[in-house]
Design a protein around this ligand. Structure first.
Ligand SMILES: CC(C)(COP(=O)(O)OP(=O)(O)OC[C@H]1O[C@@H](n2cnc3c(N)ncnc32)[C@H](O)[C@@H]1OP(=O)(O)O)[C@@H](O)C(=O)NCCC(=O)NCCS
Length: 384
């Protein structure tokens, strides 16, 4: 049986706190007029108590609810992020635990602003190959935590949020039709967090020098982004056996409105063919595409059988595009009881997590017959 990977659920989450351009103009030398005319951004959301994991979990629960899927039915969770909760464990593992997705594997994917499209492509390939049935793909960021709030060239751009999509296997043709993943590491230093990794570990000096914050060559990134957005869109549409006329909506990474306008001109497409919400959220990196698509769906802009292009670009340098045939015709009516039941399961996830932790301790204290011999010693290595 031919297998296809369909989007069946979606959800998003943003922090409560809104930071407007006027707010920023009180702390750095900028104006609302400059920011709007150069980027299209009017405000962004900034995490307070929220974290990359908490936003991911909120978006994931909404996506599972709209797919009418229990977390136990998930077999893979991918979180695309450049601002993970920790270096390790992965944010995806924290999401897995909080959801109670007991049968899922989980990992983070690092491809900066292209991460969500990379993740959708991997998820769809796993589904089509027969390895996965139900995959949760999340793009989530708290870029405000790695923003240099004294640098007016970058601090005006970024914001926080998360978007989540459920992809499911189906025998119905459609879903993710084609994908394109690309990278050019020679441009890595154009968009970088210089310190905190293996190359430049954290020291007092790196912290004092703001080297744990985003450093960007804005013009270089701008030139790269305008170049790849149009070419990758053309290429992936062709790979899907379609033409640009078949595409109902393009959901681009929300980096700068001028980049999107320039791609629209290069592709000779009207602006209303592009989904834009950069004015409200700024650049939320891996979260921007799922958040934009989520809002487009909620606004009724996506109709059954529409062909969509998702196109991401950013640090790495990376870029990626995918074509999706939107086959969702109607959402199932989820009964109130089922909804209450699911909330109760989420409520119990902390208990479940604590029980598992306890069980692991007990297991660890018990002698393991395979690894330990009768004297309680580890068996000697076999020689010869
Ligand atoms: C960052 C970006 C908006 C800057 O716009 P730009 O038109 O390239 O601006 P420049 O950096 O050339 O600076 C032009 C002038 O505006 C000034 N400027 C920069 N940021 C400013 C701000 N927030 N407010 C007011 N003036 C500002 C500069 O200092 C410069 O002044 P000068 O001419 O006196 O030296 C633009 O380069 C960009 O969007 N790049 C892509 C960034 C991106 O998308 N990154 C993420 C990719 S995933």
């Amino acid at each position: 049986m031919e297998r296809y990977a369909h989007v069946t659920g979606w959800g998003m989450a943003v922090p409560e706190r809104v930071l407007t351009n006027a707010d920023l103009a009180r702390t750095v030398d900028t104006t609302d007029e400059w920011i709007v005319s150069h980027t299209g951004i009017r405000e962004r959301r900034i995490a307070g108590r929220e974290t990359t994991a908490s936003l991911s979990i909120e978006a994931a629960r909404a996506a599972l609810e709209s797919a009418d899927l229990s977390p136990r039915q998930l077999d893979l969770i991918i979180v695309a992020t450049s601002t993970p909760e920790h270096v390790f464990p992965s944010t995806a593992c924290l999401v897995q635990d909080a959801l109670g997705a007991a049968n899922a594997g989980a990992f983070d994917l690092s491809a900066a602003c292209s991460g969500f499209v990379y993740a959708v492509s991997l998820a769809a390939n796993g589904i089509r190959a027969g390895m996965h049935q139900n995959v949760l793909v999340i793009g989530a960021e708290t870029l405000s935590r790695v923003t240099n709030w004294k640098d007016r060239g970058t601090c005006i751009l970024f914001g926080d949020g998360a978007g989540a999509f459920v992809l499911q296997a189906s025998a119905t043709p459609g879903g993710v039709l084609a994908s394109l993943l690309r990278a050019d590491g020679s441009g890595g230093d154009a968009l970088i967090i210089p310190a905190g990794g293996s190359h430049t570990p954290t020291t007092f000096d790196t912290v004092r020098a703001n080297q744990h914050c985003i450093a960007m060559d804005g013009r270089e990134v701008y030139r790269f982004a305008t170049r790849v957005m149009a070419s990758a869109t053309r290429e992936v549409v062709q790979d899907a056996g379609l033409t640009l006329d078949d595409i109902a909506l393009i959901v681009p990474h929300q980096a700068n409105r001028r980049i999107i306008d320039s791609a629209a001109r290069a592709l000779n497409l009207p602006e209303d063919r592009f989904v834009l919400n950069i004015d409200k959220y700024g650049n939320t990196s891996a979260a921007s595409i799922p958040m934009a698509l989520c809002e487009a769906v909620q606004a009724g802009r996506v109709r059954p059988n529409d062909h969509l292009v998702l196109i991401g670009f950013g640090g790495g340098l990376t870029w990626a595009a995918t074509v999706i045939q939107w086959n969702v015709t109607r959402k199932p009516e989820v009964s109130a009881w089922r909804r209450i039941g699911r909330r109760a399961v989420y409520g119990l996830s902390k208990v479940r997590s604590a029980v598992r932790r306890g069980l692991r301790r007990v297991e660890g204290a018990l002698p393991n017959e395979e690894a330990v011999n009768g004297n309680g010693q580890h068996p000697p290595e076999k020689s010869g």
